[in-house]
Design a protein around this ligand. Structure first.
Ligand code: BGC
Length: 723
């Protein structure tokens, strides 16, 4: 398609409609009839609706999309296809674990495979763009949207974000099973103060560049086609109005030439922020910052023409935005096939097909993290009586942002365990209410205790329901609700052969109960195949491989808590130390309860001391760092060997450790392998005091470890001169 020629033929009104996005349901109305409902409140005319460029949301099926596209093409003056966008966050219909769980797999190929599966299901159902990956750096367990992120490490988030983009977009965007990805929320939305959603952020340029921006950049480098600006004000400027961020960094510095979309109604929120006087000023700020599409408000539609007339913005700004939108449509092949491969037959063939369910099952098992096990897990396959107790024992746990997936289509723990142990007597009981504020219930507890007493094994199914995390669901207290804690105490007292499976969309603070739990793992919100995957793990058919990508605190008061923190001038000498006037809490450990990178297995791994092939490294050289890892247990297992580095003295204070690489190693019982990494200059580089990005000469410490708190250190020197 000659999009430049097409642009020349378009009226200004049509161009502005391309730059607007509304709900699919708002576009399905009869444009000849009286405009009512949300269309009327947004003052949309029949002509606006006819030439709108894209739509979002709604649990649409292929048939709905085809119908809406046909209607649109019959009304749009230039027959420019409508783009359908959805939040395909962790699966379209076959739901795999929430992104925080996918991060815990430390398996980029698996992430890509899951996103490919989501792309196939989306594409055949008529979706052409997903608002994913979300790569916001998260450090505060209170924020509900932690579940959408892959964690607290900038580098790992970038790696996983890029793996997601590869899965969605495939080799070729024109492939009928590929969809475009949209990285979000640009930028630093994960740093909302006090973990309260939509709150403000205040971050130095150094911290932005060093910690918050790299993951978005990694997605850009992976050729992500769209970027979404965030809700938060960043250093006083709402992100959607932030020209420094969107034009200077994203477009000029990083060379991004794709489409930038706002978040939902974020332009009008500039007024509520106290930044724009009115919608017209918001539109001016937004286009000057560099946003191409306005989601779910009509500041552009109603004000850009006047702003052009008044000479406050130029038509060339509108043209540039529209060209980027048309380019995306062309790249997606929409001008050749406006349905983007949507087909009811294909939808029925792919959505929830056996192959997709099998992949979701693998992903759910690999994402689970074993946090504690005093010999309780795995349960015996020959057990006669099992008790599954808790508010989440008997329901599908698909989590927030589950797109077209439903809890009813998902396998509950009860269903999974019954399928795995058809001859066992399995009792399923609620134990307590799922409510955050629920008080212990004597009747439910007594029933649970009775069942626990006669069971060979008990699995307590606790944590958070889907609505306790996700957008708008921040929590000030991230410990387990009182009713769940009391249930743990009573059930464990009745039967110590009890394990707890947690469902959670964020790290929970378990400091006050962990001592009373004999075995614990998190399954996050595992998705469609959760119950089967949990049965696989609990019965030892599949080993635990997941490792945390967000620190779990003892207490919420430790937030924000992250492993790549600074040392301070007065670090606590050791966790056991009682020394005063050092950086500590007098009522809580400094360290997390479970650190970044942590995860147990049914086997154990012994890490040897790390070795280096040399202790000095000159400019342009690489070092080889190696460690021997041995499986010292009785079953096969896998663990990610994690490479951490510290720059000991630098022109700016550097974190006590930073993840620079990892490699998964698979070991049979008794097997030992040497794992080696190339240590590159790039791993030593940072945004230095003079603003340049480079490695500074000096001493570095390196660890090859199983988590961010373990491992033996080894040091080396980096010199700028050739040695
Ligand atoms: C969220 C975005 C999402 C958008 C569209 C907003 O409320 O912040 O992450 O993509 O809605 O559903």
């Amino acid at each position: 398609m000659d999009i430049h020629a097409l642009l020349k033929e378009m009226s200004l009104e049509e161009k502005l409609a391309q730059m607007s996005q509304f709900l699919a349901s708002m576009l399905s109305v009869d444009i000849e009839a009286e405009i009512t409902g949300p269309n009327a409140s947004m003052r949309l005319t029949g002509a606006d609706i006819a030439s709108t460029g894209s739509c979002l949301g709604g649990k649409t099926l292929a048939a709905d999309v085809i119908k809406l596209q046909d209607k649109h093409l019959s009304e749009d003056p230039h027959k420019i296809p409508l783009l359908f966008m959805r939040d395909v966050i962790h699966g379209y219909r076959t739901i795999y674990p929430i992104p925080l769980g996918m991060g815990a797999t430390w398996d980029e190929d698996l992430v890509t495979a899951c996103c490919r599966m989501a792309a196939v299901e989306s594409a055949v159902s008529g979706v052409q763009v997903t608002f994913s990956p979300m790569v916001d750096l998260v450090r505060d367990c209170r924020w509900g949207r932690n579940m959408e992120s892959t964690g607290e490490d900038p580098w790992l988030n970038g790696r996983i974000g890029a793996a997601m983009v590869r899965g969605y977009q495939g080799e070729d965007l024109k492939d009928k099973h590929s969809i475009a990805a949209c990285v979000k929320h640009f930028a630093a939305y994960g740093a909302v103060e006090a973990g309260r959603d939509y709150n403000t952020t205040d971050i130095s340029e150094h911290s932005l560049r060093e910690y918050y921006l790299p993951a978005y950049k990694a997605a850009i480098d992976a050729d992500v086609r769209m970027v979404m600006t965030s809700f938060n004000a960043l250093n006083g400027t709402p992100a959607a109005a932030n020209k420094w961020l969107v034009t200077h960094i994203l477009r000029d510095e990083w060379g991004f030439d794709g489409v930038v979309i706002s978040d939902w109604s974020a332009f009008t929120e500039m007024i509520t922020h106290g930044f724009a006087e009115d919608r017209k000023q918001a539109a001016e700020y937004a286009i000057n910052a560099g946003n191409d599409i306005e989601m779910m408000s009509s500041c552009y539609l109603h004000n850009l023409a006047a702003l052009i007339d008044e000479g406050r913005i130029g038509i060339e700004q509108v043209d540039a935005a529209v060209l980027r939108i048309l380019q995306l449509k062309d790249d997606l092949g929409m001008f050749e096939d406006p349905y983007g491969g949507a087909s009811s037959e294909e939808e029925a063939k792919y959505c929830l097909c056996d192959e997709h369910r099998a992949l979701a099952r693998t992903a759910a098992a690999r994402s689970a993290v074993l946090l504690k096990n005093e010999g309780v897990l795995p349960f015996s396959r020959t057990a006669k009586r099992l008790a599954l107790i808790g508010p989440f024992a008997d329901c599908g746990m698909i989590g927030s942002w589950a797109c077209n997936g439903t809890a009813e289509e998902a396998v509950s723990i009860a269903a999974g365990m019954k399928r795995a142990l058809p001859d066992a007597e399995i009792t399923v009981l609620q134990g307590c209410s799922a409510d955050l504020a629920a008080l212990p219930d004597e009747v439910l507890e007594a029933e649970a205790v009775r069942a626990a007493k006669v069971a060979d094994h008990v699995l307590l199914c606790l944590g958070e329901s889907a609505t306790m995390s996700g957008e708008g669901n921040s929590r000030a207290d991230v410990s387990l609700p009182e009713a769940q804690k009391q249930l743990i105490r009573r059930v464990v007292a009745a039967n110590p052969n009890t394990a707890v499976v947690l469902f959670n969309g964020r790290p929970l603070a378990l400091g006050d109960i962990i001592g009373e739990i004999p075995a614990l793992f998190t399954a996050w919100h595992p998705g469609t195949e959760g119950g089967n995957a949990i049965a696989d793990l609990v019965l030892g058919d599949v080993n635990f491989e997941g490792h945390l990508t967000m620190s779990f605190p003892y207490h919420v008061g430790q937030a924000p808590l992250y492993y790549n923190r600074m040392n301070t001038g007065r670090p606590k000498p050791s966790e056991e130390s009682t020394q005063g006037y050092c950086s500590r809490y007098i009522d809580c450990p400094n360290r997390p309860l479970f650190p970044f990178g942590y995860g147990l297995s049914y086997t154990s791994f012994a890490f040897g001391k790390p070795t280096l092939d040399r202790t000095t490294m000159a400019r342009g050289e690489t070092l080889k760092a190696s460690v021997t890892v041995k499986n010292t247990g009785m079953v096969a297992g896998s663990t990610p060997v994690q490479l951490y580095i510290r720059d000991c003295v630098a022109s700016l204070v550097r974190p006590i450790r930073e993840l620079k690489d990892y490699e998964r190693v698979f070991l049979a019982p008794g097997e030992e392998k040497q794992v080696s990494f190339a240590v590159t200059e790039e791993m030593l580089a940072f945004h230095t005091a003079d603003g340049s990005y480079r490695a500074e000469p000096g001493r570095f410490t390196l660890w090859l470890a199983s988590d961010a708190e373990s491992g033996d250190p080894i040091t080396f020197e980096y010199s700028r001169e050739r040695l």
